[in-house]
Design a binder for this molecule. Structure first.
Ligand SMILES: [Zn+2]
Length: 646
């Protein structure tokens, strides 16, 4: 627990402008400051900071609060964690209650694991700096690699002594339980033979930090050259360490990623550290795993731009191309930089200063689709079968990009690089998307169903501004294309019409139209469908309620207002009705998303109205719900192309 006086001190010190300016580029606007909102995509600033009132507020997405709230939201961390971040910034000592061995026993298992890794980290640091063995072997190794003291301290590098059970023995003597040492993988125990030893004995140590700077795992590198030893060892998975969800270096890189609006990705620990030391601070590593969706989402919190840096030799690149499709599917912009022959990021960084590195990257980074096309085109030159595979592979990458406009730009580029016609590529993309639709719909439905079970959705009396546009779009499809088929179920042989799809989605998820006119039209339409009466717009057009007839008239005649929404395609690509199997589910998902967004903003208001004395339990509950909703929102966002409108 952080004492109340310390909390007050932190609140006093943390001026809202002074805190936020580290994350957002703010311009003075009268007595306030203005900038682009870090919580939603926007091109014109609607994010305001008022030093006088001590708050920020976004007029685009509704995000609002004080400096502590900002840090919580931005770094996705808890209230006490945010306080600690700010305490660090303002040099305020946070003295938490000391942990006695009894308390360690009382603590939850998870906490115990954190405590054990924290202990191990300090043990490894001590062994590096305060023992002759550490200084002679490990410290001189780090120095040889060109690492300076401040970087060794910052990344909390260490040394695990030669003595096979040095850590295990010290930990047990200090009151730490053997089973926690075992679960975190620090100790390896053979019960039959009754011996225990350190996993990382005689290795230099790279601690792996969470987003908020806690150590959850370690990487250890042997300095011995005999082949029997694996060069690198990593902590096994545990309750606190899931390697597919963490990126090495993210704790140190996150604010630089925001500032530069870009994240560099390399492979190894030393790559990250050397680049960081050379001034490239927005850098992380997937450390030993192929890039995962969770890792990409982690980066996406801070920036949509990611650049992968590869060693100079082309080996291994092809294998990693598949993973890059994951990045594209998250609507990230992916670029690739190849280092000169024979260089890896570590060696390259050591031979260059910051400007030279930045210059090299900006001169050599290449758009992913172009890179992939070039790489594979070389091989496929005169082989028609390989060429066909190449086209398919590129098209697969393109088809995962959610934004139609970006897709069509890539098709253009690819067509010219491969000397193929755009229409062939469009056709291929259409095929892939058509096949995906079935799976997607099922997945969507399952997820939505699950979330609903958790009772996360608000009933219709949601607060906040409701976008009529989403409802309008759904009614538009219903009225104009209700009878058209959008999907064919292979198993049952049944076709699913637009109307069936929409009505199913709306009814199954208990969604409700806020706008009474749309609600009425929807209900009537549904009755027509059930009674199998041939639906006629005429019924609505001659409806006694004038509002209904005029809304229907507007929706079934050419409508400048609606088509504006779709002009994003530059007017060249197909209209949404040409792709009902995409645009109708899109409209439905946007509708759901809007409901979630409203709920989130209601909760945000709730939080900013909380009094400090209510922070404890109530806030945690709210944050928990908010986190679930946020995750859900990200899921839904994948299926909606026009999030920027929200
Ligand atoms: Zn915003």
């Amino acid at each position: 627990m952080i004492p109340k006086e310390t909390v007050d001190k932190i609140f006093d010190a943390a001026d809202v402008y002074d805190v936020i300016k580290d994350y957002v580029n703010l311009k003075k606007a009268g007595t306030n400051y203005k900038g682009n909102c870090p919580f939603h995509d926007e091109k014109t600033p609607s994010f305001m900071v008022s030093p006088a009132k001590g708050i920020y507020k976004c007029f685009g997405c509704g995000a609002a609060g004080n400096s502590v709230k900002f840090v919580m939201e931005h770094e996705k961390i808890s209230f006490p964690e945010a306080l600690k971040v700010l305490a660090k910034k303002y040099n305020i000592d946070v003295v938490e209650e000391e942990l006695t061995p009894e308390k360690i026993v009382e603590k939850e298992e998870r906490d115990s694991l954190f405590i054990v890794t924290e202990f191990a980290k300090n043990f490894f640091k001590n062994s590096l700096h305060k023992t002759d063995e550490g200084k002679n072997i490990a410290l001189s190794y780090y120095r040889e690699r060109g690492l300076k003291n401040d970087i060794i301290d910052k990344f909390e590098l260490g040394w695990s002594p030669k003595k096979r059970d040095a850590l295990t023995e010290t930990a047990i003597k200090s009151g730490y339980k053997l089973n926690f040492l075992e679960t975190t993988g620090l100790s390896i125990i053979n019960k039959e033979k009754n011996y225990k030893f350190d996993r990382f004995a005689e290795r230099v140590i790279f601690p792996i930090h969470t987003l908020s700077g806690k150590v959850i795992a370690f990487g250890g590198r042997t300095l011995r050259t005999d082949k029997k030893n694996a060069k690198y060892l990593n902590s096994p998975e545990s309750d606190i360490y899931h390697k597919s969800k963490i990126l090495y270096g993210i704790y140190f890189a996150k604010s630089a990623i925001v500032k530069k609006d870009k994240c560099y990705m390399v492979e190894g620990y030393t790559d990250v550290i050397s680049m960081y030391q050379s001034g490239i601070e927005n850098i992380v590593a997937s450390s030993g795993t192929a890039l995962t969706v969770d890792q990409i989402k982690l980066v996406r919190r801070f920036s949509k731009n990611i650049t992968l840096i590869y060693d100079g030799d082309k080996a291994g690149i092809k294998a990693s191309l598949r993973g890059i499709d994951l990045v594209l599917a998250e609507e990230m912009n992916v670029k690739i930089v190849m280092l000169p022959d024979g260089e890896d990021p570590d060696s390259f960084a050591q031979s260059k200063n910051t400007e030279e590195l930045e210059q090299y990257i900006s001169d050599n980074e290449e758009d992913f689709i172009k890179f992939k096309t070039r790489l594979l085109a070389d091989e496929a030159k005169n082989d028609p079968i390989k060429r066909a595979q190449l086209v398919r592979s590129i098209v697969t990458s393109i088809s995962v990009i959610p934004d139609k406009l970006i897709r069509s730009e890539y098709i253009k580029t690819t067509a010219s690089l491969l000397n193929t016609s755009e229409s062939i590529l469009y056709e291929e993309v259409r095929k892939i998307l058509g096949k995906k639709f079935g799976d997607l719909k099922q997945k969507n439905r399952n997820e939505f169903q699950n979330k609903k079970a958790e009772n996360l959705l608000l009933p219709a009396e949601t607060t906040g501004v409701f976008s009529k546009q989403n409802e309008k779009e759904i009614i538009y499809y219903l009225l104009n294309f209700g009878k058209e088929n959008i999907s064919h179920d292979e198993e049952t042989g049944l076709d699913i019409s637009v109307a069936e799809y929409i009505i199913n989605e709306i009814k199954n998820e208990n969604l409700e139209f806020k706008n009474l006119i749309y609600k009425d039209i929807f209900k009537t339409y549904e009755e027509f469908l059930i009674s199998e009466t041939n639906f006629v717009s005429k019924y609505f057009l001659t409806h006694s309620n004038e509002k209904i007839s005029s809304v229907v008239a507007e929706l079934i005649s050419p409508k400048p207002e609606l088509s504006k929404l779709w002009d994003k395609n530059g007017g060249k690509s197909e209209m949404p009705e040409d792709k009902l199997n995409e645009s109708v589910p899109d409209a439905i998902e946007k509708f759901k998303l809007q409901i979630v967004v409203n709920k989130i903003s209601a909760i945000k208001t709730q939080i900013s109205n909380l009094k400090p004395e209510e922070y404890g339990e109530k806030l945690n509950q709210i944050l928990e719900t908010l986190k679930k909703l946020d995750d859900f929102k990200i899921e839904l966002t994948k299926y909606t192309e026009k999030l920027a409108l929200l």
